[in-house]
Design a protein around this ligand. Structure first.
Ligand code: C5P
Ligand code: C5P
Ligand code: ZN
Length: 488
């Protein structure tokens, strides 16, 4: 639902209050610590606040982290005057009010809030004003509104906030459009000339991938006979007379003429319809968000590709490169970030190969699949592996959980994923992760379709059993309920 004017006004009022707190700290020459989330949205948020603080000539440091730890207090030994959390914090209010009672704290987040906050915290979160934080604004977006309230010049971060929202998959309005508060950010970015929104074929990789690879790697929409098959994709393009090369260079989707795009689109639509896939046809065309000031043929030009680059830097322990790129570095940081992206892709392929190599690495239980990443899969990449494998399971009715060990912290990091059809049967992975983790002295949560948890290593097997059980019970309940409905 589109937020009402009064919801927007209330939200912006809290953003202004956060901006005032930050400005005051800087005016008193206070030190500011920023903690941000490790994913692409969190890195974008860190870049936006970093750029705003740099503009103020503030004293600050930024840390990017997967979650907030009990030990947080130890890294605050230099006694900052203000601590700012971006794209995380709202789920940890109890822990923060316990550990940081004597600090000035600003939380800029869009996750569900859990716990009672002390009055000394400035908390900017769309959920507190009835605005949907899952699809109408991201962590980077919340941070953007605060940055804009600090100084209008920070409107030059609007395109980065768009990147954050797309990376968090918030393009849930018709034809993959960003809506709600995100729409206002897109408006700022387009008015200032940073962004152009176009209707086009929405396949991933429009700036950087050879067109036949773009087609073959699409899973949204999934095109049977073409998705996953580069040869078939090449043949399909050849049958339409669309050239895949320009002399010595592969052509990307961006290089096709309007006429070629029309031809491709209607051929794909005919093909999908011939397979009875009417719904997929409506997913061929959607909004594409182009960053006008970035170089063509680079990942930064397309906001969705930009998000993947940021995600790669976070997952490969190089988040500072992503933050620097978001703050405007187009030199050394960008060059290194591009290399990191390549390494990230190689790593993912390595892990996917590893999982497939031996059956015991992915087990099928009664109600779930489990990937035993243990010490092999990096805990920061296990989420991506879970996402990729979840859409291609032999039985997509069963959610997938993948875990990796984080030995130095003595915990297992779990990433759970499922598909829309399972969510529609009443499964909420966020609730299940939270409940199962609590039973195992851990912490869990997230969205209905994608969620995660951390539990002590020695409890991982119990955790898996509990999740398997909870999902089984829920599905049984669902069957009884639909059985009843059938009788009525
Ligand atoms: O922290 P958080 O919300 O940002 O992380 C989002 C994670 O959930 C990402 O890994 C994203 O790929 C996944 N996700 C998903 N499908 C959705 C929403 C999120 O797979 N519809
Ligand atoms: O880490 P992963 O990508 O699997 O997380 C999926 C989603 O679950 C993210 O939105 C993340 O913020 C959320 N999550 C959570 N609490 C945890 C772990 C993950 O809310 N303890
Ligand atoms: Zn986020």
């Amino acid at each position: 639902m589109t937020p009402t004017d009064s919801q927007v006004a209330d939200f912006l009022k809290s953003a202004t209050e956060a901006a005032r707190t930050i400005r005051e700290t800087v005016e008193e020459n206070g030190l500011i610590h920023v903690f941000s989330h490790l994913d692409a949205d969190g890195i974008a948020a860190a870049g936006i606040i970093g750029k705003a603080l740099l503009r103020l000539d503030a004293r600050f440091r930024i840390r990017v982290t997967q979650w907030i730890e009990e030990k947080i207090i130890e890294v605050l030994s230099d006694k900052p005057q203000l601590i700012v959390f971006t794209d995380l914090g709202s789920g940890y209010i109890d822990l923060l009010s316990d550990k940081l009672a004597n600090f000035k704290v600003v939380i800029l987040d869009h996750h569900q809030t859990v716990g009672e906050q002390p009055p000394s915290f400035v908390h900017v979160n769309p959920h507190l004003h009835g605005i949907d934080g899952a699809r109408d604004i991201s962590g980077a977006g919340v941070t953007y509104f605060v940055a804009k309230a600090i100084d209008k010049a920070n409107i030059d971060s609007a395109a980065i906030a768009t990147v954050g929202a797309l990376a968090d998959m918030q393009d849930k309005y018709e034809q993959r459009t960003l809506g709600g508060m995100n729409e206002k950010i897109v408006e700022d970015a387009t008015k200032a000339g940073f962004l152009t929104v176009e209707k086009d074929l929405v396949f991933f990789g429009r700036e950087t991938r050879p067109i036949h690879r773009t087609l073959a790697s699409t899973t949204n929409p999934f095109i049977p006979g073409i998705s996953g098959e580069e040869d078939k994709s090449l043949a399909f393009l050849a049958s339409l007379g669309i050239k895949t090369r320009n002399e010595d260079k592969w052509r990307a989707l961006r290089d096709l003429s309007d006429e070629e795009k029309k031809k491709l689109c209607s051929a794909l639509a005919d093909y999908l319809l011939s397979k009875g896939l009417r719904y997929e046809v409506s997913n061929l065309i959607g909004n594409v968000y182009v960053l006008n000031l970035e170089e063509p043929w680079t990942p930064l030009r397309d906001a969705r590709e930009f998000g993947v680059l940021l995600n790669a830097t976070g997952r490969m322990d190089k988040a500072s490169l992503g933050v620097a790129v978001c703050m405007g570095d187009r030199g050394a940081a960008l060059e290194q970030a591009n290399k990191v992206l390549e390494d990230y892709r190689k790593n993912i392929n390595k892990y996917l190969g590893w999982v497939m190599e031996k059956p015991e690495r992915m087990k099928e239980l009664d109600n779930i699949y489990v990937i035993y990443g243990e010490n092999f899969i990096n805990d920061k990449i296990v989420g991506a592996i879970s996402s990729i494998l979840s859409s291609g399971l032999p039985n997509t009715e069963k959610p997938l959980i993948a875990f990796a060990n984080v030995e130095d912290q003595g915990v297992a990091k779990i990433s759970a994923r499922t598909v829309e059809a399972v969510v529609n049967r009443g499964i909420n992975l966020g609730d299940i992760m939270q409940a199962a983790a609590e039973k195992c002295q851990g912490k869990g949560g997230g969205h209905n379709i994608a969620a995660g948890a951390q539990v002590p290593l020695e409890n991982i097997n119990t955790f898996i059993e509990v999740v398997n059980d909870l999902i089984g019970k829920k599905l049984k309940g669902d069957q009884i309920a639909s059985g009843n409905r059938a009788q009525i």
